[in-house]
Design a protein around this ligand. Structure first.
Ligand code: ZN
Ligand code: ZN
Length: 339
């Protein structure tokens, strides 16, 4: 079977490897669609690994269960969306449905090789049922790119009364925009990339701001929001300056989610941001399995998830797919392992 191998230094190659076999609760899934993710940047742009190549880390995908040893969770022929990690199913977090916080993740069967492949083996608990009326491509977007901002938006109770600022209009920021517009909020987006701003405009953003073109970005945001101010900020940029801007731009009592992943952080002024403004700040990481089912419902009711997909490639064109994805003029790039 074919799989994508990451070699570092912007190189990937497609390899033929033996098809995996099921064992115990580990099942084989025939991948039907796999999405590239910004988090693969580390492996893609990272140091050369030609001597010790890594299998791909593809973690957003859907498929059909095709070989089962002794699973009680899935059967051959099931359409499934693959949760990115495999939960132990037994710890306090798993029992509460909060799989991403699983305490015993390492004890669960790991995926092999990765979703950018024709087949993977994966722990059966990572196989979420995919409804018949949701396509494999859209199903691949539910767990991470839509699920991550969806979870933040639910926790912050974003609604039609809110004015929302979204910093960063990559795929996660665009997903946040689509979800907030679906909920009828007023949405201001910010990015330095004109391609992304144009895409956001097309997807219903009420105001698009490019900070490079503004002399006073904060004043521009406040003017766009009007006298009631900005109720909610969703940082999807992972840029410390944008995060600080969110904290400064929020109205008193505003709510904010840190969605973008960075090891740096915003410049927090404890008195100004916390004590005087009483901001509510949350961090959020991936989605819960229940979010997947709710997102299927939103797709059924008209959420324009397909706006996220701008490119598709067959697996043999994986090098081109990665080039396109990280080139700055693409949103979600999909791989079809059978094309
Ligand atoms: Zn991802
Ligand atoms: Zn667990």
């Amino acid at each position: 079977m074919k799989t994508v191998q990451m070699l570092g230094n912007r190189k990937v190659r497609v390899l033929d490897v033996p098809e995996p076999e099921p064992k115990d609760e580990r099942v084989v899934v025939k991948i039907m669609s796999s999405a590239l993710c910004g988090s693969e940047s580390h492996t893609y742009h990272g140091p050369n690994t030609v001597e010790a190549p890594r299998y791909n880390a593809g973690h957003e995908g859907t498929g059909i269960v095709c070989k089962v040893d002794r699973s009680s969770v899935v059967r051959e022929g099931d359409r499934v969306a693959l949760y990115a990690g495999t939960p132990c199913g037994q710890c306090r977090y798993c029992l509460a449905g909060h799989w991403v916080l699983c305490e015993r993740r390492d004890s669960a069967p790991q995926r092999f090789p990765g979703n950018h492949s024709q087949y993977v083996t994966v722990g059966d608990r990572a196989c979420l049922p995919l409804a018949d009326d949701v396509s494999f491509e859209i199903g691949s977007l539910l767990g991470d790119v839509l699920g991550t901002p969806f979870r933040a938006i639910k926790r912050l109770n974003v609604n039609a009364f809110d004015t929302v600022l979204i910093t960063g209009q990559g795929p996660i920021g665009l997903s946040a925009l689509l979800l907030c517009k679906f909920l009828n909020a007023f949405v201001i987006v910010l990015d330095i990339n004109e391609y992304r701003l144009n895409h956001a405009r097309k997807c219903g953003a009420d105001v698009c701001v490019n900070p490079v073109e503004e002399t006073d970005v904060l004043a521009r945001l406040q003017e766009a929001a009007g006298p009631e101010g900005i109720d909610v900020a969703l940082d999807c940029s992972a840029n410390p300056d944008a995060q600080t801007l969110c904290l400064d731009a929020l109205r008193r009592g505003g709510r904010m989610a840190f969605i973008g992943v960075t090891d740096q952080g915003p410049r927090i002024n404890t008195i100004e941001h916390f004590t005087k403004k009483e901001l509510e700040l949350i961090g959020t990481w991936y989605s819960r399995p229940g979010d997947h089912r709710e997102l299927e419902t939103l797709v059924r009711r008209g959420l324009q998830a397909s706006e996220l997909i701008t490119h598709g490639f067959g697996i043999d064109a994986a090098p081109e797919a990665f080039d396109t994805f990280f080139g700055g003029s693409a949103m979600k790039v999909m791989l079809d392992p059978w094309n």
